[in-house]
Design a protein around this ligand. Structure first.
Ligand SMILES: *[C@@H]1O[C@H](CO)[C@@H](O)[C@H](O)[C@H]1NC(C)=O
Ligand SMILES: *[C@@H]1O[C@H](CO)[C@@H](O)[C@H](O)[C@H]1NC(C)=O
Ligand SMILES: *[C@@H]1O[C@H](CO)[C@@H](O)[C@H](O)[C@H]1NC(C)=O
Ligand SMILES: *[C@@H]1O[C@H](CO)[C@@H](O)[C@H](O)[C@H]1NC(C)=O
Ligand SMILES: *[C@@H]1O[C@H](CO)[C@@H](O)[C@H](O)[C@H]1NC(C)=O
Ligand SMILES: *[C@@H]1O[C@H](CO)[C@@H](O)[C@H](O)[C@H]1NC(C)=O
Ligand SMILES: *[C@@H]1O[C@H](CO)[C@@H](O)[C@H](O)[C@H]1NC(C)=O
Length: 410
């Protein structure tokens, strides 16, 4: 399991005078959800994105208002807090298109806390698959929210996103402030086989920029492209790039800046800026010449291994990617000159890959759904997959340990 980086989301300071962007009813295509967890009424954020309360999609938990109101993005100012029931998972369920894949971005903001009671640590689960543990301790200390991002293929009519009360490290109930679920275009990350794996974001970066992260509406799926400045090498583009036919549909804005090598020297980047576990990763890099009607050719190395030889980058731009590239420890991306002007790079993404966990034997899952429908008082953790992941079966249900687990007792 690759280490999954917690990315910082700096709190949006609610500048009282900032005008609201025009409200847009349908910003994303298909099945997409912007859930304000614990919220009481629909709100619109400063980008004009409409958020709705989460109670239509979840049955457990209670709403809690944060004390430091006024400082927060409206979607973060409340959270839903789930009971502390060891080994229970509490699930959101939302209708999806089973042939498509989805970006999931849960956001957690605990607020200030006394040193004696740090925020709870808990697990995230999508359908039957363990995703990663949520630990907001360090971010809370710096007053930041924590977000995680994953890409998952749908496998049924509903997708479930759950918080698991891991008995090994939690002594209070899990919580969540916001959950985004955005349907991706079929061509985005389509080289990964989502029937047997999923991806967890490690870094998504626009190079040579010091401004704000690039998000919606620049990025049609509200992916966050974080700035990465190295002022010695930063340049701005002299033209606009149309990226509508690029693999993965990067937002055109990431091509406004780049990092460029000095004459006769390679460009060496330490990126992503964290230690990675020895594992295979999805790596995509994006390039466009910053001058009009120009092109340059260079080699791309990642940690001394040739990633792409003789890459010719034109003003129109292109992306290159590897679906399974072994990385370990700190990563260096090195661009070496072949011909034309010095090499440059505009943007990049790295994801960890992890295998799907499987699902309860379908007939048993259907039988449990029928039992659930006949019950008056449904246990509040009876959502999501009944048996999976192992250790997180519905309360009162015992399952075997098979690949498609069967229910043994009830
Ligand atoms: C699918 O999700 C919706 C919305 O949360 C829920 O009302 C419905 O019961 C779910 N269907 C199943 C079979 O779980
Ligand atoms: C808790 O720790 C034990 C022992 O390390 C492990 O077997 C078990 O899977 C863990 N439980 C969860 C839910 O991660
Ligand atoms: C959560 O993170 C904090 C700070 O990095 C660390 O001290 C703590 O051990 C972590 N908790 C768990 C359960 O991993
Ligand atoms: C992925 O999408 C690209 C761009 O639309 C397309 O050219 C390619 O054939 C697709 N690949 C797969 C494996 O579906
Ligand atoms: C994806 O993986 C599944 C299960 O391993 C396999 O049956 C299928 O052929 C794979 N699809 C592609 C396009 O490789
Ligand atoms: C690029 O597009 C922006 C916004 O549409 C426009 O303001 C700018 O003038 C364009 N730049 C060039 C060099 O065409
Ligand atoms: C990473 O793992 C692979 C295969 O498991 C192994 O061959 C390689 O030596 C490992 N690399 C490092 C740096 O540990």
């Amino acid at each position: 399991m690759p280490a999954l980086l917690r990315l910082l989301l700096s709190l949006l300071l609610a500048a009282a005078a900032a005008p609201l962007a025009a409200v847009q009813a349908q910003p994303f295509r298909g099945y997409s959800y912007l859930l304000d967890c614990g919220g009481a009424a629909p709100t619109t954020d400063r980008r004009g994105l409409p958020w709705v309360p989460d109670d239509l999609y979840v049955s457990a938990g209670e709403s809690l208002k944060l004390l430091d109101q006024g400082l927060l993005d409206p979607a973060l100012s409340t959270r839903r807090v789930f009971p502390h029931s060891p080994s229970a998972k509490f699930c959101y369920e939302f209708p999806v298109d089973r042939k498509r894949r989805y970006l999931l971005r849960p956001t957690f903001f605990y607020g200030t806390y006394p040193p004696s009671s740090p925020p709870p640590v808990f697990d995230m689960i999508v359908d039957g698959t363990f995703w990663t543990a949520v630990n907001t301790t360090d971010d809370s200390l710096t007053g930041s929210a924590s977000y995680y991002e994953g890409v998952f293929g749908a496998s049924g009519r509903n997708m479930s996103f759950c918080l698991g009360v891991n008995p090994n490290y939690t002594d209070s109930g899990p919580f969540i402030n916001a959950l985004q679920v955005i349907q991706l275009h079929d061509s985005v990350y389509n080289a990964t086989n989502f029937t047997n794996s999923a991806m967890g974001l490690i870094a998504r970066t626009k190079f040579g920029s010091s401004g704000d992260a690039e998000k919606y509406p620049g990025d049609s799926f509200d992916r966050y492209w974080q700035p990465f400045l190295d002022s010695k090498h930063a340049v701005s583009s002299t033209h606009n790039v149309t990226s509508a036919d690029f693999w993965n549909l990067p937002p055109p804005g990431v091509f406004n800046t780049a990092l460029v090598a000095e004459q006769d020297a390679p460009l060496v980047l330490q990126w992503p800026p964290i230690h990675l576990q020895n594992d295979s990763y999805y790596v995509a890099l994006y390039f466009a010449d910053t001058l009009t009607e120009n092109s340059r050719t260079f080699n791309v190395y990642i940690n001394d291994y040739l990633f792409y030889e003789g890459l010719t980058v034109t003003s129109a731009g292109l992306s290159v990617f590897a679906t399974q590239w072994i990385l370990s420890g700190l990563t260096r991306v090195i661009l070496t000159h072949v011909s034309g002007l010095p090499p440059l790079i505009n943007a990049g993404e790295v994801f960890g890959l992890f295998p799907l966990g499987g699902y309860t034997f379908a007939r048993d899952a259907r039988a449990l759904e029928n039992i659930k429908r006949s019950l008056q008082n449904i246990p509040d953790d009876w959502n999501g997959d009944p048996c999976m992941p192992h250790g997180y079966a519905w309360s009162g249900v015992t399952c075997d340990k098979g690949l498609k687990p069967r229910v043994i007792s009830l």
